[in-house]
Design a protein around this ligand. Structure first.
Ligand code: MN
Length: 265
């Protein structure tokens, strides 16, 4: 099954991530219109962005260390990872321990459309052209497989090539030139969640800022410093609720009530 590797890596007694419903996957298998896509911003041992494209009821997944770029001059490394359940697509939250421990933000979502009729052949060939219709990412893109690290059969990770051969997990994510391309750093320009509208500290504050008192997902380097700052900010947000502004001493004159045009009773 496509989700075996996803499930092997996780303990669903401790992670809030969905285990995935095979019946839902079976129902969506064969869907070729209105396919779901998302990008999750994931602060784990390193900050990265996970691009996920629905195909046959699961989410094909690539970890993009620098995140997507809408500048066609940029070629962003995208390492293919294990297929994720369809239900993972709207997940946002805190993974307290184990694989992927850290904070997941739903950075973008929407629908995607393959630009070639035979998407399985495109994946096997390592040249997938597709169109995104998200909040942040739109227009035409390509994922191109590169000659990179190919896992040995013993290492176990078989990317969804359909060819049965061990293929490289390394791809490049590139924006095609169109109306949705431009020299804008989209991950800096639009850093927040499209689900909760908050940042990592907001997501952590809504959960438990003290979750990593002993064993943090990242302790050193830039990522460790970033995580420490987010934990502090989340703790502040949780403990300090700004008081509501006092009511004005004098009652403000109420605006005259007027029946709105077109709204009659
Ligand atoms: Mn990830």
């Amino acid at each position: 099954m496509a989700l075996d590797r996803y499930r092997q890596k996780r303990d669903f007694a401790t992670t809030p991530e969905p285990a995935g419903d095979d019946r839902l996957a079976a129902r969506r298998a064969g869907t070729r219109k209105g396919l779901f896509f998302c990008v999750q911003k994931h602060l784990a041992s390193h900050l990265h962005y996970d691009l996920r494209l629905e195909l046959d009821g699961v989410l094909l997944s690539w970890a993009v260390p620098k995140g997507p770029s809408i500048d066609p001059r940029d070629k962003r490394l995208a390492m293919q990872t294990e297929d994720h359940p369809y239900e993972y697509g709207m997940f946002e939250g805190v993974i307290p321990e184990g694989y992927g421990a850290g904070i997941v933000m739903l950075w973008d979502h929407g629908t995607w459309q393959p630009e070639s009729e035979d998407v399985d052949a495109a994946l096997a060939k390592g040249d997938l052209k597709f169109t995104l219709d998200g909040y942040k990412l739109k227009g035409s893109w390509v994922l191109v497989r590169t000659r990179g690290y190919a896992p040995s059969s013993g290492a176990g990770q078989a990317p969804s090539t359909g060819s049965g051969q061990a293929a490289s997990r390394s791809w490049l994510l590139i924006k095609h030139r169109d109306d949705w391309a431009g020299p804008l750093d989209i991950v800096t320009f639009a850093p927040l969640s499209v689900k909760s509208e908050g940042d990592f500290a907001d997501i952590l504050a809504a959960d438990d800022p003290a979750v990593w008192t002993t064993n943090r997902p990242a302790r050193t380097g830039d990522t460790g410093a970033m995580l420490a700052a987010i934990i502090d900010e989340a703790a502040r947000k949780k403990m300090f609720t700004p008081p509501k502004p006092p009511k004005p001493a004098k009652a403000q004159p109420a605006p005259p009530k007027r029946a709105k045009a077109g709204k009659t009773r």
